[in-house]
Design a protein around this ligand. Structure first.
Ligand SMILES: [Zn+2]
Length: 702
């Protein structure tokens, strides 16, 4: 096998105008049924039994040609290399049991099934429908949060002691006086403060840092505070100038200062521009507020969501409670709860509460652990699936075409749905069997240290959702585009677009060949032009199902996407159906390995089965096959590509060593006076102009 390392190629000059790029993924839309009685096999029904032969059985032989470099990891032969303090992993290409380079059957099956699901408008089989996403509370709403301390009265009754400082609580508005919690200036921000730069002489910028050495989170404290006006925004706050533990003496306050007592709330330097912690205190007579179990439970879900997003990264840091270079620290509640502790709310926890007025005083809508928190959307992902009937199949006698063809296992993804009765069948084996694909023409192979595949990204509703009616619009505020906005639906099935000629080694190689625990080195990447061969055995398929399978395999000559590194452009492949052999006497299927009798070569009939499928789709969905949204979107993403670079959104034209991709999303979603462009991803078949570069301040760059 020859080993060659491709050199980065010169990025072709853009014709004219500013730099634009295509997002590496987009979505294939779903279809609404127009005629429910047409082509019932394209809807949901019982699968045929495995022991009676009522349909067509046989074998499809296919050739697969790599159109971009192809890599499928082997679970064996993984080696580790120490790079500094980190472990970098090396992977080799998959081998069959005889040790030959091959594409595993599971990988082929997965890729073909995903095309089949999209083309037949089947169920969303791999879909965390009960997951509730979270978002950053907009700053205006965050100002209404009231600091509070949790008190467990007994197992059934929990309460909040409100700690709003000197300002009376008004749940519908931002504080009328100083902010509820006092500020404790203690950090040098990782990003230079824009406020200090714009108002260097203000009392705000002159504040002295207070050391928190020896203090711990939640500790009762006394403090000297004085009022400070924010120089750029219209609010004031109590600033802590001295802090003392209980029993320690404080100096005498000056005339513009006062002494307060409260609790220190330390969440760590978890945001780049953070400079202060908070002191929760109260000078008013206030009744405790009841904390219902539903609110406590949602809080624990939220902490679990934070942990899921950041727990792994936090574990990799030696000192996750401190910033690492320019990267912020992890929040206290992520670090302290990623150990053995459950994400449980406990007596004495400090939280921020979103309140509402009720008859007795205040009720609690939700509680959160930080002042600019993530909060869970009211709606789960599954509630945004449209049409809703495309949720994962859950009854044996009501399976979609993909589950009947490729197989189905009942899955308890939604905890609210009771498990089926013992007598009910909970799995169906499917009627297709893939072989591994064996390498039949070796066009060469190379090794590559790949770019970091993904970094945590904000919840990008502008990319994942669209309005049910009309097209995605740019420039809309968050509340009109997010998961709780009315009329928003999931865009559909995520598909990584074919990069084709646009594939540039600069985009898939690690910048400067850097190795870490975030990226991989892959060995034996099959180069463009390598050819593999595989078979698909099928049994008992109806003509329309066989047609759908043949269409999904040959895919009009467009590209399948398989293996590792799809967002980087790896793994585009064409499949040619080179033979279709049918068992003329289906009862002989049991002796499939005995290739002597009953076989008929019907390769020339393949196009007729495909036509049967296309006509059935037209009858059920009311439009010529090629005009269906699903097919147009698949074509847009998997046929030839546009003359634009393909990569994840980022602030610069060249990739950067540290994944700064999230800065694009931070800038794009900025609201307020310096609002970002708030661009929405175009529909797949209209995604031709691409996206601009955007920096973290929301400015477009060329
Ligand atoms: Zn299904």
């Amino acid at each position: 096998m020859k080993i060659e390392k491709p050199k980065p190629r010169e990025e072709p000059r853009q014709q004219q105008g500013p730099y634009r790029f295509l997002n590496p993924y987009n979505f294939v839309r779903t279809l609404e049924v127009r005629n429910r009685t047409a082509a019932p096999l394209l809807g949901r029904c019982s699968p045929p039994p495995h022991d009676r032969y009522v349909g067509i059985s046989g074998r499809i032989t296919c050739q697969l040609t790599a159109v971009t470099p192809l890599f499928v990891s082997d679970s064996e032969g993984i080696t580790e290399e120490s790079v500094g303090e980190k472990i970098h992993s090396h992977y080799r290409f998959f081998r069959d049991p005889e040790g030959n380079v091959a594409i595993p059957a599971t990988s082929l099956r997965g890729s073909i099934r995903s095309i089949f699901e999209a083309a037949t408008n089947s169920c969303f089989a791999n879909f965390a429908g009960d997951k509730r996403l979270s978002y950053h509370l907009p700053p205006g709403d965050a100002l209404r949060l009231v600091p509070a301390r949790v008190r467990k009265v007994n197992d059934d009754r929990w309460e909040l002691d409100l700690l709003p400082g000197t300002t009376s609580v008004n749940p519908t508005q931002r504080p009328a006086g100083p902010q509820y919690a006092a500020w404790v200036p203690t950090y040098t921000p990782l990003w230079a403060s824009r406020t200090t730069a714009k108002a260097p002489k203000s009392p705000y910028s002159a504040r002295q840092k207070v050391s928190l050495a020896g203090f711990s989170h939640g500790e009762p404290c006394q403090a000297i505070v004085e009022s400070v006006q924010h120089p750029l925004r219209r609010f004031e706050f109590w600033n802590v100038v001295h802090l003392a533990q209980q029993g320690q003496r404080l100096p005498n306050p000056k005339s513009n200062q006062r002494i307060v007592s409260g609790y220190l709330c330390i969440t760590n330097q978890n945001i780049e521009n953070k400079h202060d912690e908070r002191l929760f205190f109260n000078t008013q007579q206030l009744k405790p507020v009841e904390l219902p179990s539903t609110v406590r439970q949602k809080y624990e879900e939220l902490i679990a969501d934070y942990q899921e997003r950041h727990g792994d990264e936090a574990h990799k840091r030696k000192q996750p409670t401190k910033p690492h270079g320019k990267e912020p620290a992890f929040s206290r509640f992520i670090v302290e709860r990623t150990g053995k502790k459950e994400p449980k709310l406990v007596d004495g926890d400090l939280v921020y509460a979103m309140l509402e007025r009720n008859l007795g005083g205040f009720g609690v809508q939700f509680i959160v652990p930080v002042s600019v928190p993530r909060v869970g959307f009211n709606r789960t992902i599954g509630e945004l699936l449209y049409p809703g009937e495309l949720g994962k199949c859950d009854k044996y006698d009501h399976l979609c075409p993909a589950c009947r063809t490729f197989g189905w296992v009942w899955g308890a993804e939604d905890r609210d749905i009771a498990a089926p009765a013992l007598a009910e069948r909970t799995a169906y084996a499917g009627r297709v069997r893939f072989s591994h694909a064996n390498l039949t023409h070796d066009a060469g192979a190379f090794d590559s240290t790949l770019a970091i595949l993904s970094t945590p990204k904000p919840t990008t509703a502008r990319f994942y959702l669209r309005p049910k009616a009309g097209k995605p619009q740019d420039g809309l505020p968050d509340h009109q585009t997010d998961f709780d906005a009315s009329g928003q639906i999931l865009r559909g099935r995520k598909v990584y677009r074919h990069h084709g000629d646009r594939l540039n080694p600069q985009e898939y190689q690690s910048v400067n060949g850097a190795k870490s625990d975030q990226n991989r080195t892959v060995h034996g990447v099959q180069d463009v032009g390598s050819v593999f061969e595989f078979t698909v055995d099928f049994e008992n398929l109806a003509a329309v199902e066989l047609g759908a399978l043949l269409w999904s395999l040959s895919l009009e000559g467009w590209h399948h996407r398989l293996g590792f590194g799809k967002p980087l452009g790896f793994g585009s492949a064409k499949v040619d159906v080179i033979a279709v052999n049918v068992l003329s006497n289906a009862d002989r299927y049991a002796t499939l390995t005995d290739e002597t009798g009953g076989w008929a070569n019907q390769t020339s009939e393949a196009h007729r089965w495909i036509l049967t499928f296309k006509e059935a789709m037209q009858a059920r969905y009311g439009m010529p096959f090629e005009k269906l949204d699903t097919i147009r979107d698949l074509k847009a993403l998997l046929a030839e590509t546009l003359p634009l670079p393909v990569h994840y959104p980022r602030p610069t034209a060249n990739p950067q060593a540290e994944g700064k991709q999230y800065e694009w999303f931070v800038g794009n979603k900025r609201s307020g006076q310096d609002a970002g462009s708030r661009l929405a991803l175009r529909l797949a078949d209209e995604d031709r102009e691409g996206l601009p570069l955007i920096d973290k301040y929301g400015d477009q760059k060329s």
